[in-house]
Design a binder for this molecule. Structure first.
Ligand code: URA
Length: 260
């Protein structure tokens, strides 16, 4: 039987040779992702930058250093988490990913989610956030938690944003500081034993888009509050805006055949 390591190696080979979009023409190296295949946490960024393109590894530049710092603040090491991006190739000049590029790369990310099966997904920046939170503003929902496909999804600002806007540094540190509790909750969920909800994040000191702070929270995971050993009892989640259903998947351009 093919092992998870063999499946990952096969996927990485396909990504490194990928020519599904025009970024194949301009990249130096594709950047599939890295980390333990049994990681409990997967961090998903936007796209490789110049350093990542050179080295073929994700988050190895200034944003990567800050990501390591954020993980350390949450008591985690970079080696414990799986790290990848929405796009596996660098957009020239670090421009935003184009919809067609995201679509061309989307199956790779789906395969990585299937391989690693993380309990918690941390989206870094708006492009990975949009996979689970379409049409939402990161200024409103950063640090909140959503359950999808049996795992917890936590949208965070991109670490690079704090390198440009110093006031986001503490926001990111505060959001990452909640990760251990969120992970505990995800572990309890995976054991079929949900635990009390994690305290909602404090509203950001600054509302970056001038939006009402009442809309900051999107805590839609069903929770239970029971003494240890007692059967879990569902309690209603706090009042909240309705969760957006996942948007329709764009039509697939070309089927990527792996693991047949
Ligand atoms: N920014 C990203 O989104 N990904 C990287 O790998 C590096 C910087």
């Amino acid at each position: 039987m093919i092992t998870v390591e063999e499946r990952a190696a096969e996927l990485y080979d396909v990504v490194r040779a990928c020519r599904l979009c025009a970024l194949a023409e301009t990249r130096t190296n594709a950047v599939p992702g890295e980390g333990p295949l049994n990681a409990e946490i997967m961090c998903i960024g936007e796209a490789p930058g110049v350093n990542e393109d050179r080295q073929g590894r994700p988050f190895v530049g200034a944003a990567g250093n800050f990501l390591s710092e954020l993980l350390a603040a949450a008591g985690l090491s970079r080696e414990q988490v799986y790290i990848c991006n929405v796009l596996k190739c660098r957009p020239p000049g670090n421009r935003d990913p184009l919809p067609g590029e995201i679509e061309a790369c989307s199956e790779y990310l789906d395969l990585q989610l299937d391989l690693v099966e993380p309990l918690v997904v941390v989206t870094l920046g708006r492009f990975s956030m949009a996979k689970w939170f379409p049409q939402q503003a990161i200024s409103r929902i950063h640090g909140s938690v959503k359950e999808a496909d049996g795992r917890l999804i936590v949208p965070m600002y991109h670490p690079a944003a704090a390198l440009h806007q110093g006031n986001l540094r503490q926001v990111l540190l505060d959001d990452f500081a909640r990760l251990p509790d969120i992970l505990e909750r995800a572990r309890a969920m995976s054991r079929g034993n949900p635990e009390p909800a994690v305290a909602p994040p404090a509203p950001a000191a600054i509302d970056f888009r001038g939006e009402p702070e009442s809309a900051m929270m999107d805590e839609d995971v069903p929770v239970a509050s029971s003494p240890p050993g007692a059967p879990p009892e569902a309690i209603p989640a706090p009042a909240q805006p309705p969760v957006q259903p996942a948007g329709p998947r764009p039509p697939e351009t070309e089927q990527i055949r792996l693991f047949d």
